[in-house]
Ligand binder design. Structure first.
Ligand code: ADP
Length: 561
């Protein structure tokens, strides 16, 4: 390689000379202040970090070389006009930019860009205000840097949990905006985060600022007035109350997308239900899966199961308790006999179901009697409340927090299943039927066994479907383990596509492969996506390659991994 000039990044953006890059950085420093610009110059600056202290430059759970999915520099705007200025600058210099809010997108790529050498736009560092919490309307308006944990602390500090609850995902450190725009999920009745968002403020690829839904309508009664910066204008009073506004509904195109940078978002909070009870139901046999799912479907569709419940494989709960080495010395995946023994030792089932009841006691009692009666049809099913589980690291006790919107960090532990544990999520969508669940589980286990990796999985039950989340844990310091993890996810994507099962979200490394499985009618949807991309972002500077959508300025075929 050519000798690096001082100030050159480890990885330059595509087709960018050192001089051009340095001129760009100089201008970026003028926009955001030098303290908010960081150039990745050396390999040793790529420190993986931890969930609690994530890096902002590359994928902590690197599946390829650590320095492959890496930004050339990170830039942290201080406000909306600086985000707009950065977009104009990237257009002027023809340099790709990858926005992120916090960069804890663990299992999907973290803060890393799809195109090596992109500028990482770190929105969360400085733009982290809770702009409003409204208890009458039960909503909040936030900036990208607001995490679930931040919001939780705010609600606690102001004694607002008496009025409203927040829905949180498994881990509390992510951005409320980052998670919703990736269509992530939580586990209370408000678990579908995108469904519960209301109103966006977005910077378009050309630097233009828009508000969606009712936000498009100025509201003088809310204090909207001439002379204020657009991003500082108070929003329409119904911006966070009614999603659709007038005309085509734009919000969806800003999720899992490369069409805009979300700088404000409304999120609905759940009114405090006036009572709460978390529970766990264990099922002793691996074969119970079919019947359990058949029981879940009508209860969930009718909302007798009020929240987004999870049916977890024993391996997931076992991994929260101990690393693999505690259970076995073998390099292979655990056998059924081993799993049965672990279930006995941990006093858990082969499948463990976590849910919660919401409302005053009489309501909870009625729901619980229906739920209990339904699942009692399965021989050996056992029912627990948190006080029944006094063991250390009780998963029910953790879930009892999560399901009422109190963020935790306990679920991090399953990543340590292997030494130097890293992970990748494989997450197909399916119908809520016993047949679908069993077939997906069989395919997954078979491929995991072939790869010598554990099938750590759960079924997350939405309104009408299930997200089957398979956590592929690998050793990031062992090239063979990484190779197996990549083989496993690629194979599972193809296997599942044969049954019409597609993934809801994915890691950078397999975005193209998955995009190719959504190919109805000669890839008609991809053609539409490319058309929109090319018209809103003609130079293709915003997140090129995200979710398999490549701008016209890229030779798509040469970028596929
Ligand atoms: P987390 O909230 O889990 O830390 P990230 O901040 O890493 O998530 O964001 C995950 C992904 O979501 C990013 O890689 C990016 O593609 C997208 N994203 C995050 N924040 C925004 C935003 N404000 N505008 C547009 N896309 C975003």
């Amino acid at each position: 390689a050519a000798a690096k000039a001082p100030g050159d990044p480890l990885v330059l953006p595509p087709n960018t000379s050192s001089e051009h890059f340095q001129n760009f950085i100089k201008r970026a420093r003028e926009i955001t202040g030098s303290e908010n610009v960081f150039v990745v110059e050396r390999e040793d600056q790529l420190v993986d970090g931890t969930y609690m202290e994530p890096n902002k430059t590359h994928d902590m759970h690197h599946l390829f070389d650590r320095s492959y999915f890496t930004s050339s520099a990170t830039v942290a705007p201080r406000n909306v006009p600086e985000v707009q200025a950065m977009m104009r600058l990237c257009n002027e210099f023809d340099i790709p930019v990858w926005p992120f809010s916090i960069g804890r997108n663990t299992g999907y790529g973290g803060a890393a860009p799809r195109v090596p050498g992109s500028i990482g736009l770190n929105l969360g560092k400085n733009m982290n205000r809770i702009l409003e919490v409204n208890t009458d309307g039960a909503y909040a308006l936030v900036e990208p840097g607001v995490t679930y944990y931040d919001m939780h602390q705010y609600l606690e500090k102001h004694n607002l949990r008496e009025k409203v609850w927040l829905d949180v995902p498994d881990l509390g450190g992510g951005s409320i905006i980052g998670n919703a725009v990736e269509r992530g999920v939580g586990y209370s009745p408000y678990g579908d985060h995108w469904m519960m968002h209301c109103g966006l403020e977005v910077v378009l690829p050309n630097g233009e600022l828009i508000r969606t839904g009712m936000g498009a309508m100025p509201d003088r009664t809310a204090g909207h007035r001439d002379g204020l910066r657009p991003d500082e204008q108070p929003g329409n009073r119904a911006w966070q109350l009614f999603n659709y506004g007038f005309g085509p509904y734009n919000d969806g195109i800003f999720t899992q997308s490369s069409l805009g940078i979300v700088v404000k978002m409304g999120i609905w909070l759940m009114p405090n239900p006036g009572g709460y009870q978390a529970y766990m139901i264990t099922f002793p046999r691996d074969e119970d899966l079919h019947q359990v799912i058949e029981i879940i479907r009508p209860l969930r569709v009718q909302m007798v199961l009020q929240n987004v419940p999870t049916l977890r494989s024993l391996s997931m709960d076992a991994a929260v308790h101990h690393p693999k080495s505690y259970y076995t010395d073998s390099d292979e995946a655990l056998t059924d006999a081993q799993l049965d023994k672990i279930a006995k030792d941990l006093d858990l089932g082969r499948w463990n179901f976590y849910g919660a009841l919401y409302g005053p006691e009489p309501i909870r009692n009625v729901l619980w009697s229906v739920i209990k009666e339904s699942f009692s049809k399965i021989p050996g099913a056992k029912f627990y409340f948190p006080e029944d589980r006094t063991e250390e690291n009780s998963i029910l006790r953790t879930r009892a927090q999560t399901l009422q919107g109190i963020p935790t960090y306990d679920e991090l532990r399953w990543i340590d299943w292997l030494p130097n544990g890293a992970h990748l999520f494989f997450s197909p969508i399916s119908k809520i039927t016993g047949d679908d669940a069993v077939l997906q589980y069989q395919i997954t286990r078979k491929r995991c066994e072939e790869a010598g990796l554990e099938a750590i999985c759960d079924f997350v039950v939405g309104m009408r479907e299930m997200h089957h989340i398979v956590c592929i844990v690998f050793n990031r310091e062992d090239p063979e383990s990484k190779r197996r993890a990549l083989w496993l996810i690629r194979t599972l994507i193809d296997d599942c596509a044969k049954y019409g099962w597609g993934e809801y979200r994915t890691h950078l490394a397999v975005m193209d492969q998955i995009a190719n499985t959504y190919n109805f009618n000669d890839n008609a949807q991809m053609k539409l996506n490319e058309q929109i991309k090319n018209s809103l972002d003609p130079k293709g500077i915003l997140a090129p390659g995200k979710n398999g959508i490549w701008p016209q300025s890229y030779h798509k075929d040469s970028w596929v991994l």
